[in-house]
Design a protein around this ligand. Structure first.
Ligand code: PLP
Length: 398
């Protein structure tokens, strides 16, 4: 018989989940009737007209897939193996032929992160994960969900738009062998403040000296300086460390967010140990989603395999990168207090505004950004840039 204390709780006893602040922001913005509202809370690329386009090469690949696909039979937990092989040199560069590194398709970067941390938790449940804050809001919950301890350290100096590098190194140097350093590969979300190549080398030294496992989340390869340049940190860590995990999102550089495209990469000290680790990765994916969604990987596979489509993808990717970087320069030139935006990379930056100032921008100017001041530099259309900068400068002056 169940006693009062052991009685199973029922679904009806569940506590409500706290509101997701970014989803709440989208709802608020959608409900605002002002036609000139500016939504810079959104987390996707928008073009000069304010649209999130489907890439032309993606449309063409989808059509080819529709015309040629003859079966939708199961593929297995690794998903589209050719997709991972085609991606391999794009991400790994000079490490592409290293048999100690294996990769597989995942449902987006999120799926890769979950798999990677599940793998760490199986290997070493007492590993701690060093996480610079602020970070992408889903990092800490994913790490917590697999039961690993998160050790936070301050990553960003908001007033100066710069990395708190000494704090970062001090935190990493307090790690114990087997602990994990979660690093943003490029285009840091939410701050836009990336490590310089020199800083990456210092991080590498700290990671190697302390025996930490670098776990690199690279969600925006190609959105910063270029595909190779953005993979600098990934490749540096692969050169220096025997054990590395990389979680990659391709939802951004193929602009297929809702289709869920990503990959996980695992390096260990030997090809045999990597095969064993990947066996765990596939077992974990079987338990969680059985296999990743085929459609986006099948399309990316078509694009990357065909030299003409691949060349056009690179041009479209460059177009997205150029827009991000040119809007950054325009914003940076508007006021010396915004100059830091021009030195950063990727879609996000954080404005040095108080919550009250952010809320006033919403009320007075229909400008929607996160209360932290994080905004998407390409959330606004070209036509909205002047109004955005004028309102932000007014808020900074107030
Ligand atoms: C830093 C970072 N990692 C991972 C992800 C997850 O990407 P995906 O949508 O492919 O799951 C995102 C998405 O915004 C991100 O910004």
């Amino acid at each position: 018989m169940l006693t009062e204390t052991t009685r199973a709780r029922r679904l009806a006893d569940l506590e409500p989940v706290p509101d997701d602040s970014l989803l709440k922001l989208i709802t608020l913005c959608n409900a605002d009737p002002r036609p000139d509202k500016i939504d810079v809370g959104v987390g996707v690329f928008r073009d000069a007209s304010g649209n999130t386009p489907i890439l032309k090469v993606m449309k063409e690949a989808e059509q080819r897939l529709l015309d040629t696909q003859v079966t939708k039979a199961y593929l297995g937990s690794a998903g589209d193996k050719c997709f991972a092989e085609l991606l391999r040199p794009i991400l790994l560069g000079e490490h592409a032929d290293d048999p100690r590194i294996a990769g597989a398709q995942t449902p987006g970067g999120c799926g890769a992160l979950r798999l990677g941390f599940e793998l760490i938790a199986i290997a070493n449940p007492s590993a701690r994960v060093f996480l610079g804050t602020p970070s992408w809001p889903n990092h800490a919950p994913i790490i917590g969900a697999v039961g690993l301890e998160v050790v936070e350290y301050p990553y960003y100096e908001r007033g100066q738009g710069a990395v708190r590098f000494e704090d970062m190194i001090a935190a990493l140097r307090s790690g114990e062998p087997g602990d994990v350093a979660l690093l943003h590969g490029c285009c840091h979300n939410p701050t836009g403040a990336d490590l310089s190549e020199e800083q990456w080398r210092d991080v590498r030294d700290a990671v190697v000296d302390r025996g930490l496992i670098p776990f690199i989340d690279i969600a925006y390869q190609g959105f910063g300086r270029g595909l190779d340049e953005d993979a600098f940190g990934v490749r540096l860590m692969l050169s220096a460390c025997d054990e590395v995990i990389v979680a990659q999102s391709c939802d951004k550089n193929f602009s297929c967010y809702r289709d869920r495209l990503g990959s996980i990469w695992v390096k260990t000290g030997s090809a045999e140990a990597t095969t064993t680790a990947m066996g765990h990765v596939f077992q974990l994916s079987r338990e969680m989603w059985s296999m990743p969604p085929d459609h986006p990987a099948a399309c990316a596979h078509i694009i990357l395999e065909d030299p003409e489509l691949r060349a056009r993808w690179l041009v479209e990717l460059e177009g997205m990168r150029n827009r991000i970087n040119s809007v950054r320069q325009t914003l940076a030139a508007a006021d010396p207090r915004l100059a830091f935006i021009g030195r950063q990379f990727g879609m996000f930056s954080m404005l040095p505004l108080s919550v009250d100032q952010v809320l006033k921008l919403r009320t007075d100017h229909a400008i929607y950004m996160a209360e932290s001041g994080r905004f998407n530099v390409v959330g606004m259309s070209d036509a909205q840039i002047d109004r955005f900068t004028a309102a932000v400068v007014e808020a900074l002056d107030a």
